[in-house]
Design a protein around this ligand. Structure first.
Ligand SMILES: *Cc1c(COP(=O)(O)O)cnc(C)c1O
Length: 398
């Protein structure tokens, strides 16, 4: 692995390195910095909250940033997705979603020990979430045989795989607490896209066989897939539980949320204390992080973000398209503010990374994928430079 470069300062879509080199950021720190780095509105909210109360425990106490953010998220998600549980990382928000799903059934006097996930999926790095990542392609192959076993089926995007899912659930629904899916785009698993119809089919199967549906929007949430703030909206479905993180605070603080519908919440709310959800991270709903998130979420209504994303989509389609001509390139695809150049394979990753860096861009290929997930505020010039850097790199190396 090449040695890490020393970052010193950021602004907008620029990263300033200690050695004086400046980089255009193509991936917005794993797509968290969706409004660009150091956004003044988020910085202002952070300063104000830092002065008033950086942190307070959420046990027996509540605070306005948490209440306001819960309300804002429920409003954005719509329907009855109006019960919000805050944690401090994406993986843990998925853990909470899984725990909710298992206990939902337990509280209904049913023991359902399994989850159903999909090949190509990625849901986190903790032990429970590793077990629902793609077991062969994922980064956790090493742990096969150690992790709990859950059914991992192919995405139902053909009649054969649709029948397979339906058939599996007809036999095993009684053991499955929930289906979990990254709606429309499987991110860390390889930037694999599926259609709204496929997502809708998964929803229909969950309904037909009476299992819960969890949409992991940690990658796709907050406009990344274009046209709507959340990917699930495009399939006109309502998941039982949604997880968000990554872009939630605009890339400033670690924060995640698990949002559940009313019938999920109601299963925990009773006179029986054993029915309560026993989960309480120390930094749950950290006020500083909640304030940053409120400012970030607010920017989606006070600025034309979805329009900016549409412009990015068109530009990336145009500017990444020439990469198709290289025989080493297998596919070029764009959705929302996600641009992907998929190669047949990347034999020398170190050299590829070094060459990209020599073009003064920050792009982090993985497996056989070169991808862009820029800030929505990226300028046309910056975006063109990113696409050109990929083109020039391919020309140099392949
Ligand atoms: C990044 C990611 C996670 C894990 O989030 P962390 O904050 O890294 O724990 C889970 N699910 C999806 C879809 C992700 O993209």
């Amino acid at each position: 692995m090449p040695a890490p470069v020393m970052a010193e300062k950021t602004k907008g879509s620029t990263i300033y390195l200690a050695n004086g080199q400046t980089l255009i950021d193509g991936i917005a720190s794993w797509w968290t910095a969706c409004h660009g780095y150091n956004h003044p509105a988020i910085a202002k909210a952070a300063r104000k909250q830092l002065k008033a109360m950086p942190h307070i425990m959420l046990g027996g106490m509540v605070h306005q940033p948490a209440l306001s953010l819960s309300k804002a998220l429920s409003d954005l998600l719509g329907h009855d997705l109006n019960h919000v549980f805050f944690t401090d990382s994406g993986s843990v928000s998925v853990e909470v979603a899984l725990k909710m799903a298992f206990q939902y059934w337990l509280n209904h006097k049913e023991k359902r020990p399994h989850l159903l996930a999909f090949k190509g999926g990625y849901h986190g790095d903790t032990l429970a979430t590793m077990a629902i990542c793609d077991p062969e392609e994922g980064m956790h192959t090493l742990f096969n045989g150690i992790l709990p076993q859950h059914p991992i089926l192919p995405l139902p995007d053909t009649t054969t795989t649709q029948r397979k899912l339906d058939h599996y659930l007809s036999k095993h629904a009684g053991e499955i607490a929930a289906i979990i899916v990254e709606p429309l785009v499987q991110g860390a698993g390889g930037m694999i896209f599926h259609t709204a119809e496929t997502l809708h089919f998964i929803y229909k199967m969950a309904q037909k066989h009476n299992v819960l549906l969890i949409c992991d929007e940690i990658f796709t949430g907050f406009g990344r897939t274009g046209d709507s703030l959340f990917a699930f909206e495009k399939a006109t479905i309502v998941p039982d539980i949604v997880t968000v993180s990554k872009a939630l605070t605009g890339g400033t603080m670690a924060l995640a949320a698990t949002i559940a519908r009313t019938h999920i919440y109601d299963a925990f709310y009773s006179d029986n204390p054993q029915h309560a959800l026993m989960h309480g991270p120390t930094f749950m709903a950290n006020p500083l992080a909640c304030s940053c998130a409120l400012a970030s979420v607010g920017l989606f209504s006070s600025t034309p973000r979805l329009k900016q994303i549409a412009v990015i989509t068109e530009r990336m389609k145009e500017k990444l398209d020439p990469c198709r001509h290289f025989p080493a390139v297998k596919d070029v695809r764009v959705l929302g503010a996600i641009g992907v150049v998929e190669l047949h394979d990347i034999p020398d990753m170190k050299r590829l990374k070094a060459t990209l860096l020599s073009h003064n861009v920050w792009i982090r290929p993985f497996r056989n994928i070169i991808y862009l997930t820029p800030a929505f505020t990226i300028t046309r010039l910056e975006l063109d430079s990113l696409c050109q850097a990929i083109y020039k790199t391919l020309k140099q190396l392949y």
